[in-house]
Design a protein around this ligand. Structure first.
Ligand code: NCD
Length: 308
């Protein structure tokens, strides 16, 4: 079996290691219902966050506490850590690795998790590197699809919204290439279409994909609709582009009418207005269940990297 150390990008995972992660994740659901365990007793996790987060940071912290570990944390690290004094990411990592057994890093630059891993002796878990990737989110997304739909091979998924800057959609596309007969539909406003690096990777790995404009017609063809937020923070002063992208694809009660009965709607959250709250009570709205799976996945990852 492959062993797990740094978690940097979705392409690093094999189908075998994902099966193993999902197996441990299912056990973690039981651990949580028994109010946790002590397997990571006295181990310390550092969360080093240079960009805003609610779910990712709190679910990692909850995961560590559920396993009996300890947490040290810095949020808003861009403003409040030594980065504000000009310290490089590499130097910060060299310091924090002396304080903690694992480092969870969210940073505003694509490639930052890889840079951190190059200098770190303790595992680095990428919790989002700018518009790059968000591999632990993609693992919880795939776990959610398996749990809700019951299979991954042959799954048809629509990725909707900001596909150029949305790191969750990018990582999910990479991860789905591990399964057979997957079909992807990309539905994105023109200025934030899926980037060529992912399309080339999909082609190379034999995954079928189509770019579509009409969300309603795509809704009727898929098992999963994965809606995403237009990533305002990546637009800089291009406010007009942002405003044009926003509001183009909204999931509301009317769009839901074309989605099949057994299909689901997912969203990494936070949402702005791309899913109407009136949809929340529809049993096919899986996004809150999806967010809860994040704790179980992160417990599994922490156990696996710390026991390796
Ligand atoms: C996402 C992120 O930070 O990339 N949130 C998350 O981690 N669940 C999605 C987003 O911010 O739109």
């Amino acid at each position: 079996m492959d062993s797990l150390f740094h978690v940097i990008e979705a392409q690093q995972f094999s189908r075998d290691i994902m099966d193993e992660i999902f197996g441990v994740t299912r056990e973690m659901e039981n651990v949580v219902s028994r109010y946790g365990s002590n397997i990571l007793n006295r181990r310390i996790m550092a969360t080093l966050f240079y960009e805003p987060s609610t779910r990712t940071r709190l679910s990692f912290e909850a995961a560590m506490y559920r396993l009996g570990g300890e947490v040290i944390t810095t949020e808003s690290a861009r403003e409040f850590s030594s980065a504000a004094k000009g310290e490089t990411l590499e130097d910060t990592i060299r310091i924090v690795e002396g304080y903690a057994d694992v480092i969870v890093l969210r940073h505003y630059e694509s490639g930052s998790a890889r840079r951190a891993a190059e200098v770190s002796r303790v595992p680095i878990l990428n919790a989002g590197d700018g518009p790059g990737q968000h591999p632990t989110q993609a693992l919880l997304d795939v776990y959610t699809i398996q749990k809700e739909i019951g299979r991954l091979d042959g799954i048809h998924v629509a990725l909707v919204g900001d596909l150029a800057n949305g790191r969750t959609a990018r990582s999910l596309a990479y991860l789905l290439t591990k399964y057979e007969g997957v079909k992807l539909y990309f539905v994105a406003p023109e200025m934030v279409r899926m980037r060529d690096d992912i399309k080339a990777y999909l082609t190379e790995h034999g995954v079928a994909f189509e770019e579509e404009d009409d969300l309603m017609s795509v809704m009727s063809k898929v098992d999963v609709v994965y809606q995403t937020r237009i990533q305002r923070e990546r637009f800089g002063d291009r406010i007009q582009d942002y405003e044009r992208a926003r509001g183009k694809y909204i999931i509301d009660v009317e769009t839901m009418s074309t989605l099949s009965e057994n299909a689901i709607v997912m969203h990494p959250l936070p949402r702005v207005d791309e899913i109407d709250p009136a949809v929340d009570t529809d049993p096919r709205a899986a996004y809150f269940r999806q967010a809860h799976n994040g704790v179980f996945i992160r417990m599994a990852l922490l156990q696996m990297v710390l026991e390796a």
